[in-house]
Ligand binder design. Structure first.
Ligand code: ASP
Length: 311
């Protein structure tokens, strides 16, 4: 099959995707890898790449796409609320020189990833939370937005009736490599649907939802935040790459850590990785994790390899 055949313009095509593991690791390089079926996020990151933007510009632009998408129910606008009906956002960003910024429990702002970047670039802190993060965003004139949608309100009503929750994971993790070979990563989420008010997951935690070391590579996570933050999953992926594992192997080893810590869980945990020389990889605990890859040959979406059959 021609690689171009895999270019995805519609989510309906995802079911026919080839397994990521079917591709040869050698020479498998990309400028961008992101979690889930997010070709428009990859496209936005590639547009920055083509304009000679930095890796930070690439990953920020990528994360902003699902943050604005009402149809993405676990990132930004349209994200599913907590049990009290509030949409609370978490995000972080990191560059190749260990600069990082994060916000958590932010309400009423359109682009938490940009606020996280401002925390990184304009303060000497790493993370701001809740009202403090919102005051900072206000001071720096970030765009406000009412985040809850009609659909999200309806979904909360239904959840209150029957308390049934699917495996709703869609957190955006974007890893990018710019024309100068610098890497960066971004991660943004509205967290678990119907979480307890105040809950913060892995996504804004440096080392859990995202980690970047310019000398090694970058990793990002999606899935059950409580599991990923317990094992510091993205840090594990980068450390395994440092020890010589391929990005695919390193992601699989982080999944193994999650499985050893939570052997009986039916929840997803998945990782994407990009080495400093642009080799990408991914691995999930369960089937159904798609990743989006962008490079000189276009944008492709793949099913990642996984360790356990869905339960
Ligand atoms: N990891 C996110 C969290 O637990 C959820 C997700 O990936 O969908 O907040």
């Amino acid at each position: 099959m021609n690689r171009r055949d895999f270019i995805v313009s519609s989510p309906a095509l995802v079911s026919a995707l080839p397994l990521l593991s079917a591709r040869a690791v050698k020479g498998r390089t990309a400028q961008v890898i992101c979690t889930w079926n997010n070709p428009r996020a990859a496209e936005a990151a590639m547009a920055k790449y083509a304009g000679d933007g930095s890796a930070l510009d690439m990953v920020e632009a990528g994360a902003k796409v699902p943050e604005s998408d009402a149809g993405d129910t676990s990132v930004g606008y349209g994200g599913l609320p907590d049990q009290s009906g509030r949409v609370t956002l978490d995000a972080c960003i990191m560059d190749h020189e260990m600069n990082c910024g994060a916000v958590c429990y932010v309400q009423g702002y359109a682009h938490p990833i940009s606020i996280a970047r401002a925390v990184m670039e304009r303060t000497d802190h790493v993370m701001l939370a809740g009202a403090g993060a919102e005051a900072f965003a206000k001071k720096h004139a970030f765009a406000r937005k009412r985040l809850i949608t009609k659909n999200a309100k309806q979904a909360l009503k239904e959840w209150k009736r029957n308390q049934v929750q699917g495996n709703n994971h869609d957190t955006i993790g974007v890893l990018g490599r710019d024309m100068n070979g610098r890497i960066a990563g971004a991660c943004s989420t509205s967290g678990r649907a119907y979480k307890l008010p105040g809950r913060v997951g892995d996504s804004p935690i440096i080392g859990a939802g995202l980690y970047v070391d310019g000398a090694v590579g970058a990793a990002a996570a999606t899935g059950m935040g409580e599991h990923i933050q317990t094992v510091l999953g993205s840090f594990v992926v980068v450390e395994m790459m440092r020890q010589g594992k391929s990005p695919d192997e390193a992601c699989a080893m982080a999944v193994d850590r999650v499985i050893s810590a939570f052997p009986d869980s039916p929840e997803q945990a998945a990782f994407v990785a990009l080495s400093r020389d642009g080799v990408y990889g991914a691995h999930a605990r369960l089937a159904g994790f798609t990743v989006c890859i962008a490079g000189d040959e276009g944008i492709e979406v793949y099913d990642a390899n996984y360790t356990e059959a869905n339960r």
